[in-house]
Design a protein around this ligand. Structure first.
Ligand SMILES: [Zn+2]
Length: 150
């Protein structure tokens, strides 16, 4: 995956984040899972199927967890995958580790608004996942969350 590919897929994730139904209690996030041949496997966004679903979770729910493409896939998420949540038993960081996606690309880190200290980046990195941050796209990824005073 080249840097150009990373930018293109993150831009798609940002477009998806704009499709989230607005709310005051959670961030709007977009996610895309892409295989090693640079083809999209699945996408998701916050609150896509119910009011608590997260973007990464929604994308992963569309794929068979045993899909062999996941072993070499990249997941693009506009926001760092969560490491704590109230609404579901499993966090997005856990879900990503369970399906063994080896590479995660994010645009911004979770600020301490809803969760005191998001450990998604640290958890994934500690488990051997490559986490790439694209700070140059952070402003675009944050734009639809401006009302949350981050
Ligand atoms: Zn999450």
């Amino acid at each position: 995956m080249t840097q150009l590919d990373d930018h293109r897929w993150m831009t798609r994730a940002i477009d998806l984040a704009h499709r989230c139904p607005p709310t005051t209690g959670a961030y709007s996030v977009g996610a895309v899972i892409v295989d090693a041949n640079n083809k999209e496997i699945a996408f998701g966004f916050s609150r896509e199927v119910d009011e608590a679903v997260h973007a990464e979770e929604s994308a992963l729910a569309k794929i068979d967890p045993d899909d062999p493409r996941l072993a070499t896939a990249t997941i693009y998420s506009t926001l760092e995958p969560c490491s704590q949540r109230k609404s579901r038993p499993r966090t997005c960081a856990q879900l990503i580790l369970e399906v063994k996606i080896p590479r995660v690309v994010i645009a911004w880190r979770e600020p301490s608004l809803f969760v005191a200290d998001c450990q998604g980046y640290e958890l994934l990195t500690a488990a051997g996942v490559t986490v790439v941050e694209l700070p140059e796209l952070a402003e675009q990824a944050r734009a639809m969350n401006a009302h949350l005073s981050v």
